[in-house]
Design a protein. Structure first.
Length: 227
């Protein structure tokens, strides 16, 4: 044995750990998980946490051998109690990144502050346009020529954190909510893995309330892709 060699095995460096929160089908969770499995994102999903016991995404996570925790919000007397239980569970998995992927609960300020700067959300509009619900219908009602989707850092104000990346799609003649939603969702599955990859590689960060990529402050829209 040469002098430079260690007699002890060297541990492989741990990969960044992600916890994903879902409430429904988990389509974005599946996309991220499959990108990780394909080696396109160097990270591991430590757990999927779901507040809806019958959500289809639960089985999709289990099919991919991802640990799942179900925390039914109906079993708590207040939003604070539910969020406290969520925080304890999340912290058990020691994540580097928390990903909201169709998690349909408004988070308390204490929850957001705990993970601020390490929590991403995806929202189906070109934020700051159409915060909240029914974004596709609102875009149609307004006669918008373009609609889209945004990945942003989560802050205490709903859908108001700094944007990391957006994708825009045209609104076609004859579009209804379903056709527009499907076109937007295709872009969701492109941009969310990109944002996650940037974050776990240390390229994307929230600094002094602004989204930064490679140390450069991003514009209000974040990086913008045309779908």
């Amino acid at each position: 044995m040469s002098q430079a060699q260690s007699p002890f095995p060297t541990e492989a460096p741990s990969r960044p750990r992600i916890v994903i929160l879902i409430s429904g089908s988990g389509s974005n969770m599946v996309t991220i998980a499959d990108k990780i499995r394909a080696g396109e994102i160097d990270a591991e999903i430590a757990a999927v946490i779901c507040n809806e016991p019958e959500a289809a995404g639960i089985q999709k996570a289990r099919d991919r051998d991802i640990p799942v925790a179900v925390i039914d919000h109906r079993g708590f007397t207040s939003r604070d109690e539910f969020d406290f239980s969520m925080m304890r569970t999340i912290d058990d998995y020691e994540p580097d990144l928390v990903v909201l992927a169709g998690f349909m609960r408004i988070l308390t300020p204490d929850f957001v502050r705990r993970y601020e700067g390490m929590m991403l959300n995806i929202h189906p509009s070109l934020l700051p346009k159409y915060q909240g619900l029914h974004t596709h219908q609102r875009a149609l009602d307004a006669g918008d020529s373009h609609h889209g989707v945004t990945v942003h850092f989560v802050t205490e104000i709903l859908d108001d954190g700094p944007n990391a990346i957006q994708a825009s799609v045209p609104v076609m003649d004859g579009d209804d909510v379903d056709t527009l939603r499907k076109r937007v969702q295709l872009q969701e599955h492109i941009i969310y893995p990109i944002a996650v990859k940037w974050f776990v590689e240390g390229r994307l960060a929230m600094i002094k309330g602004r989204a930064c990529l490679d140390g450069n402050v991003l514009p209000e829209s974040g990086v913008k892709l045309e779908g």
